[in-house]
Ligand binder design. Structure first.
Ligand code: 5GP
Ligand code: MG
Length: 184
């Protein structure tokens, strides 16, 4: 059986939605200043294209930095995310917007938010390109992204930064993906 891909969101739909999200975020963060700009933390590697387009469309002062998270092998969560939470990033008293590709069980974002809360961030919100709320763990029900590109059902998706074992990140559309067999 061959691998199958089904288009879920086209590049054009995603680009339009990013502009809308940037307007929503800019409206929400009117109060940030050049002295204390919005700190956009992009999760590597999946959210890199999303964050790059999003931050350039903001109309409020913003800075970008990066954290590394990885919690999927094949189409299954590994359980415990691996983090490089960027210990060098000073978040104390900052308004932090974590930009994620997709929120699934919520474990990754729960850990990230706890970490930055512990480090004294003034505020922490999540902006995610995709949300799969039906997959949220009971223990992660408090993970509610403030900004969501698209809410989707329980599907495994690739493209627009999202990978399957490091493949398919560069696909221009977001596709539902059915591997013919799990390689992991
Ligand atoms: P969570 O910790 O919320 O379960 O997982 C979040 C991470 O798992 C995402 O940042 C993403 O890297 C990965 N992930 C979750 N669902 C999908 C999916 O449908 N496709 C891909 N490619 N990665 C996913
Ligand atoms: Mg991710």
């Amino acid at each position: 059986m061959a691998n199958t891909f089904t288009v879920l969101k086209t590049d054009a739909e995603i680009c339009t939605r990013i502009q809308e999200l940037a307007a929503e975020i800019s409206a929400k963060y009117q109060y940030v200043t050049e002295e204390n700009p919005l700190l956009v933390l992009c999760t590597l590697r999946g959210a890199v294209f999303f964050a790059a387009d999003l931050i350039r469309a903001l109309t409020v002062p913003a800075e970008i930095d990066f954290i590394k998270v990885h919690s999927y092998v094949g189409t299954r969560p590994m359980g415990s995310p691996i983090f490089d939470l960027g210990e060098h990033i000073a978040v104390k008293d900052r308004h932090v917007l974590v930009v994620e590709d997709i929120v699934d069980t919520g474990q990754t974002m729960a850990t990230v938010m706890q970490n930055f809360a512990d480090k004294g961030a003034e505020s922490i919100q999540i902006c995610t390109m995709l949300d799969k709320p039906s997959r949220r763990l009971e223990t992660c029900k408090n993970v509610v992204p403030a900004f969501i590109g698209f809410t989707i059902p329980d599907l495994f998706v690739v493209g627009w930064g999202l990978d399957y074992n490091d493949k398919y990140r560069l696909l221009p559309d977001i596709m539902e993906y059915h591997p013919d067999s799990e390689e992991s």
